[in-house]
Every structure is written in C-alpha cells, then in structure tokens.
Design a protein. Structure first.
Length: 262
C-alpha cells in the first residue's frame, strides 16, 4: 500500500506535516508510516472503518496519546515546522494551541458561564470584564450567544446535546486555539443537530484549521477540503475531497467509498 503524497494540491500553507509516523501501543502497531499534511484554515477529514487508526492519528496531533501507558512514537509531526515530539516541547501549550472536541459533549457540571471561562481561570485570567467579553465572543463564535445569553448562570447540563457540543466548542475557542481537532463530534447527535454542527465547522474554518474524524462519509464530502482514507493503521490515500470521492486513485479507497468494504 503506497503512502499518501505529503502536499496535495491546493491553496494555503501547511500547519501540520506528518512524516513516516509509527505509533505502538505496547507491541501492537496502531499507525504505520503515515504521511499527511494539513492545510491552514481548511477542514481535513479522516475516514475509514472502525479501528483503522483515525482517532489515534488525531490524538497524535496534540499528544493525547501520551496519556496512554506503553505508547511509543516514531517519525515526525511538525506544527509550523517545529517537532511537537521534541523533548523541549511544552505539551500544555501545545494542547492550548491544538484543542480537541470529543465524540460526546462533555460540559462540566457548572454554569454555562463557568464552563466557558474554565480554561481561562486555570491560566490565571480573573478580570470579570475580560472574562465577560471572552464569554460573549466565544458563544457568538459557537452560535450560542443568542440562545443562552439570558441564562448564563444555568447548568450546562440542561442544554440539548447539540447545544452542549457547541458549548464545548465555545469553551475551546475561549483559550484561542489555532487548530481544532474533532473526534466524531456528531456521533451522538440527530440529523438536524448534526447539520448545525457542520454549519458551525464551515464558519469556524474561516479562522481555524480543523481536522475531523468521522464515520459519516457524506459528512466528510459535505464539509471537508481534504480527506484521508485509513485502513489497518495505514494512510491508504490522501488528497482533495472531491478527488477522493469521485476519482480515487487507489482501489481500496474506491471499494470503501462505494460500500464494497467497511
């Protein structure tokens, strides 16, 4: 199986450059010589069957896999030309720059306001005026301000699931990341709520670089600019989304896209 080209055609600078990336959980190799580039202010989708390594690859980009005992990494993951796995990397700062939204909404059992400012307070921001401004800006960016502005003191757990997920996005935006990782952010949502999150992603890509893992090929086709198809830990094919879905160059990709496999 051939590796994907490092730099697919298209505008914009590369934020991430991934080269010959291997990841092991103990003796099990979960990623095999993955190569991929991620363009700035575009949406990159990772697709493939369950267990193919999509989420593992996503978690490599902010070193969330470091939290799993026995994980070993080989190869390069460069963010703006800097190796994020170098010993000098400040992992806390990396995770601020490269934030993550998870499969199921995970708001804290706090008020809406305190959810949004949580990371800011941890970082030492305590000015009420500054916090108020950031809360409004973040909730507006997540398309929630008009819905919740009159009940910021209410529990976040009272919100419907799609609004909880948008609140989690607002909580992330409050700390001003540069890259947003989304690990199947719509898997727990109904079709209408999914559409709202997809619309939000398309709006956010004007300011942020987004990488999304999804089982929903239609979603990848709708929202992404680039798509990577993964199978058994390998990046089988990576390129422009239109090309991947209409004229894939690898038969394995074509078999997955047309439903013959997976």
């Amino acid at each position: 199986m051939s590796s994907a080209p490092l730099s697919p055609d298209g505008p914009g600078r590369n934020r991430f450059e991934i080269s010959k990336l291997d990841l092991f959980y103990g003796d099990f190799q979960a990623l095999k010589s993955v190569e991929m580039s991620v363009r700035d202010r575009m949406i990159t989708a990772l697709i493939g069957p369950s267990g193919c390594g999509k989420s593992t690859l996503l978690r490599c980009l902010n070193r969330m896999n470091d939290l799993i005992h026995g994980t070993r990494i080989q190869g390069k993951v460069l963010l703006d030309g800097q190796d994020i796995y170098h010993a000098s990397t400040d992992v806390t700062n990396l995770r601020k720059r490269v934030g993550m939204v998870f499969q199921r909404p995970n708001p804290f059992p706090l008020s809406l306001y305190n959810n949004v400012v949580y990371g800011l307070r941890v970082a030492g921001v305590h000015s009420r005026k500054e916090l108020d401004e950031i809360v409004e800006r973040s909730l507006r960016a997540a398309w929630l301000w008009d819905v919740v502005s009159d009940r910021l003191d209410h529990s976040a757990l009272e919100l419907p699931l799609d609004q909880q997920q948008r609140l989690c996005v607002a909580r992330l935006l409050a700390v001003q990341p540069e890259v947003i990782l989304m690990d199947e952010p719509c898997s727990a949502l109904d079709p209408i709520a999914t559409m709202k999150i997809e619309e939000l992603m398309l709006e956010l890509k004007k300011e942020y670089t987004i990488i999304i893992v999804t089982h929903n090929m239609q979603q990848a086709a709708r929202v992404s600019d680039f798509t990577g198809y993964m199978l058994l830990g390998e990046m089988i094919e990576f390129g422009g989304t239109k090309d991947i879905f209409t004229r894939p160059s690898n038969k394995l990709t074509d078999d997955y896209i047309t439903g013959k496999y997976g």
